[in-house]
Design a protein around this ligand. Structure first.
Ligand code: FAD
Length: 264
């Protein structure tokens, strides 16, 4: 794995570079998976090698829409910490239960393994899961769509995913991780608990040229354009010849199961 370097000196170097080169375009580019245009300061915030208060002060000094958007993200960090402080049980129990009876882990074992290993057959999900394994970090858009895929498309308990993330994330911390998982699973503070992210639409929107997928899923490196997001369209033989798996579940089937489970 290629982990980010740590320590205060490195954190300050990164922060200075971010304020100089990155923050101005943050509002426009923070969701661009391939562009990788977020600060990557999360490990430093997690370990305390940078202080969030200093970050806010220095970002504000820069000013502009990018700095405002960046400070708003830092506010999410603070929000999750406050929720957890008020409700410590939310580390392991639903913040707002939806009465889920998640698939038993034994029954879903094959799907869970495919998700962890990045071979679900949905390239954008697999790319993000492989980034996590390789870098101990994952882009926020990747975290959102892989978490949605596990909890809603596969209907697996958010705790299973949160545990895997905490095992591998360099910035993994209980407040941000568990409460973001709950947000995505719809058991947390999201006001639209039943929203399901469609991985194909997400891929086309946030990786429009397919560069992120080609970077992390070498089996698909030669597939050009947005076709890389739907390898099942290549035909079974061509897809199999690339050594890339078929989807673990159809999106329609996943959606049906989820809606039934939530009584919608
Ligand atoms: C399922 C899931 C699990 C997550 N687990 C963690 C985790 O364990 N640790 C963690 O620090 N973040 C977590 N996040 C939030 C977010 O994905 C990361 O903070 C962000 O990707 C870190 O990259 P960055 O420093 O480049 O972020 P930037 O976009 O540069 O944002 C700057 C800082 O703002 C804070 N921030 C940004 N987005 C969020 C958010 N949604 N919630 C809370 N804080 C945020 C972080 O401290 C981040 O370093 C999770 C998100 C999801 C959807």
């Amino acid at each position: 794995a290629t982990l980010a370097a740590g320590g205060e000196e490195e954190g300050r170097r990164r922060l200075t570079a971010w304020l100089r080169d990155g923050i101005a375009a943050y509002e426009d580019r923070n969701d661009d998976l391939a562009g990788d245009a977020t600060s990557r300061l999360s490990p430093h915030l997690h370990f305390g090698t940078l202080s969030p208060v200093e970050l806010v002060h220095r970002a504000r000094r820069e000013g502009g829409a990018g700095a405002d958007a960046f400070v708003r993200q830092l506010a999410w960090r603070d929000f999750h910490r406050q929720v957890l402080a008020a409700r410590p049980a939310a580390a392991t129990a639903d913040y707002r239960t939806r009465g889920d009876r998640w698939r038993p882990e034994r029954e879903a074992a094959g799907d869970i393994a495919a998700w962890r290993e990045g071979r679900t057959g949905y390239p954008i999900v697999d790319a993000a899961m492989r980034q996590l394994r390789h870098e101990g970090w994952m882009h926020n858009r990747g975290r959102l769509l892989t978490a949605s895929f596990l909890t809603k498309t596969l209907y697996v308990d958010w705790r299973v995913g949160a545990r895997h993330f905490l095992d591998l994330l360099v910035d993994g911390d209980v407040a941000n991780n568990q409460l973001n998982w709950q947000w995505v699973a719809g058991t947390g503070t999201d006001t639209r608990p039943n929203r399901v992210l469609n991985p194909v639409l997400q891929a086309k929107r946030y990786d429009p040229e397919g560069r992120y997928v080609r970077r992390w899923v070498p089996e698909l490196a030669e597939v050009e354009g947005t076709r890389v997001h739907e390898p099942w369209r290549l035909g079974d033989d061509d897809r199999a010849a690339l050594g890339y798996p078929a989807p673990v579940v159809g999106l329609g089937e996943g959606l049906e199961r989820f809606r039934r489970a939530r009584g919608r």
